[in-house]
Design a protein around this ligand. Structure first.
Ligand code: FE2
Ligand code: FE2
Length: 220
């Protein structure tokens, strides 16, 4: 049986740098708030594909199921936040989602294929970070991230399998390489602030005040 965490780590172009994990462990409120944002955005992305690509039956079936699963995760993070007295507040978006979206081509089926590859990377990165966090937080969060791993580890393959149904294998590999390089840079280069999909935060801007900038969040 293949190891899903091993295969998603092999899919990604770079491992999350240790300073990102240190920032995550040091700022539980932003970790949970932005994780909640990511789950909500993952559900929204899947649902928007159900609307946009309604003629593709297999895609609709898989994205509909995924949207439900991601919304359940959102509710689970919210429940943890509530128990811990962490109130919702807006967070600025990290550069990650916007950086990946810049690579998405216009015109179909290129746009669909790129959106699916983009989804695969977002899911694989989320899961790689869940795996790295699990065991380094308190008992409740370690259990929670451990459970999420089991569900999230399959998601990047759902996106990849759908992409493979619209493009031949060689062309798919070439597009994956484009996203892989950019995604690896986005998560390894210093970033303005700690977010779920950010790079390691720059030391000079890693302060509680900058992590609470009152701007809209759009992390995927
Ligand atoms: Fe999720
Ligand atoms: Fe997911």
């Amino acid at each position: 049986m293949t190891d899903p965490i091993g295969s998603l780590r092999a899919f990604l172009g770079a491992a999350t740098p240790e300073p990102w994990f240190e920032a995550a462990i040091a700022d539980e409120a932003v970790l949970l708030l932005d994780h909640a944002n990511c789950e909500k955005k993952a559900a929204s992305t899947a649902l928007s594909m159900v609307f946009r690509y309604e003629r593709h039956g297999e895609l609709v079936a898989r994205m509909s199921k995924l949207a439900r699963e991601e919304l359940r995760h959102f509710e689970q993070v919210q429940a943890i936040m509530k128990r811990r007295g962490i109130a919702w507040r807006p967070l600025s978006a990290s550069r990650y989602a916007g950086g990946l979206r810049q690579l998405v081509r216009a015109g179909e089926p290129d746009r669909l294929i790129d959106l699916l590859i983009c989804g695969a990377f977002v899911e694989a990165r989320s899961c790689e970070r869940f795996a790295g966090l699990s065991g380094r937080l308190d008992d409740e969060l370690n259990r929670f991230y451990g459970r999420l791993l089991k569900s999230e580890a399959r998601h990047f393959e759902v996106y990849l399998a759908l992409a493979a149904s619209f493009i031949d294998a060689q062309a798919l590999r070439a597009r994956i390489d484009v996203f892989r390089q950019s995604e690896a840079e986005l998560v390894t280069k210093a970033d303005a602030a700690f977010r779920f999909h950010s790079g390691p935060p720059s030391l000079e801007v890693q302060t509680p005040s900058t992590s609470r900038m009152p701007l809209a969040s759009a992390s995927a």
